[in-house]
Design a protein around this ligand. Structure first.
Ligand code: FAD
Length: 278
């Protein structure tokens, strides 16, 4: 069972629990992006597509406003690129058949090419029923945006969650922020299918709103479960932008929860207060 202090960041252990969370969000005008926790599987039997195949079908059957987001290493990239491609193809085919959208998360820089190649194939084949994440901390991303601009499908811009070498990535926070702004400006100019702003940063969300006022490109904001939820509901109450909450769920909640706790001092204090019952 997930302890109460982790409940803020994870929507339960089962798809049923995650869908209850989605129902609640939908009632407040926020759409869901469901992510089954678990990554870096090195055994083929663990890197299975079936959980997501079942999930995309359940989303469609229940008629909730939700899509899914899949990590390449969760569906076989560490076993082999062919296993990843095969599993992704099964998930995308099942999702496309019932009209559920599929996001592909981006992992460390060694996976960027294989992930973008897979996205391109499915974006074209499904006429845009898939999306991919790109990372502003990678120096290559501006060039990747040139390639992605002409494809159907959506692109989510994030700052980047992986420690990357300085030879290929911006490592200073201020430089990553500058790159995020540059990439957003490119996307609002060149991406007709819309821009997904994957950030909790009020400055980036404000900048996206300014770009929208200038160019009118449709955009959406995506944030994580348990992070700035009041801001998510406030944004969703306006009529400028669609808001999506990325919702992790599943039995592998512990390492995800500790990552969230470690990344911010305020989260550590929150966890300590919960533990001492104050
Ligand atoms: P930061 O730069 O961490 O913080 C900037 C400001 O945002 C802070 O000063 C504060 O004002 C506000 N803020 C941030 N966090 C909090 C908080 N917990 N509580 C209150 N205020 C806060 N990374 C990848 O590498 N690959 C992916 O596929 C990927 N997918 C993602 C999907 C979504 C929907 C999101 C939101 C993030 C994803 N990430 C992914 C993670 C991303 O790369 C960043 O590591 C993460 O979002 C932190 O950067 P930030 O832009 O949110 O803000």
């Amino acid at each position: 069972m997930i302890p109460p202090i982790a409940n803020d960041f994870v929507a339960g252990e089962t798809p049923a629990a995650a869908l209850v969370h989605v129902d609640d969000l939908n009632g407040r005008g926020v759409s869901g992006i469901l992510n089954l926790l678990g990554e870096h599987y090195s055994v083929r039997a663990d890197a299975d597509a079936m959980a997501y195949v079942g999930l995309v079908e359940t989303i469609a059957r229940r008629g909730v406003d939700a899509c899914v987001s899949v990590k390449p290493s969760q569906i076989g990239l560490n076993v082999g690129a062919d296993v990843f491609r095969e599993n992704l193809a099964r998930i995308v085919a099942a999702a496309d058949a019932v009209g559920t959208f599929v996001w592909i998360d981006m992992e460390d820089h060694e996976t960027t090419d294989v992930t973008l190649d897979a996205f391109e194939r499915h974006a074209v084949a499904t006429d845009g029923n898939v999306g991919v994440c790109v990372q502003a901390n990678l120096k290559r991303t501006r060039e990747d945006l040139d390639r992605l601009a002409d494809l159907p499908g959506k692109v989510r811009l994030v700052k980047g969650a992986y420690d990357e070498p300085a030879s290929i990535a911006y490592t200073e926070k201020s430089r990553v922020n500058e790159s995020y702004r540059d990439c957003l400006a490119i996307m609002f100019e060149a991406f007709d299918d819309g821009v997904a702003v994957g950030s909790h940063d009020p400055a980036m969300i404000e900048f996206a709103s300014e770009l929208y006022a200038e160019r009118g490109t449709p955009y959406e904001v995506q944030m994580l479960t348990g992070v700035r939820e009041t801001a998510q509901f406030d944004l969703a109450a306006g009529d400028e932008v669609d808001v999506y909450q990325y919702i992790p769920y599943g039995s592998k909640w512990a390492s995800y929860f500790y990552r969230r706790i470690r990344e911010r001092k305020s989260n550590v204090l929150f966890a300590l207060r919960a533990i001492v019952g104050n």
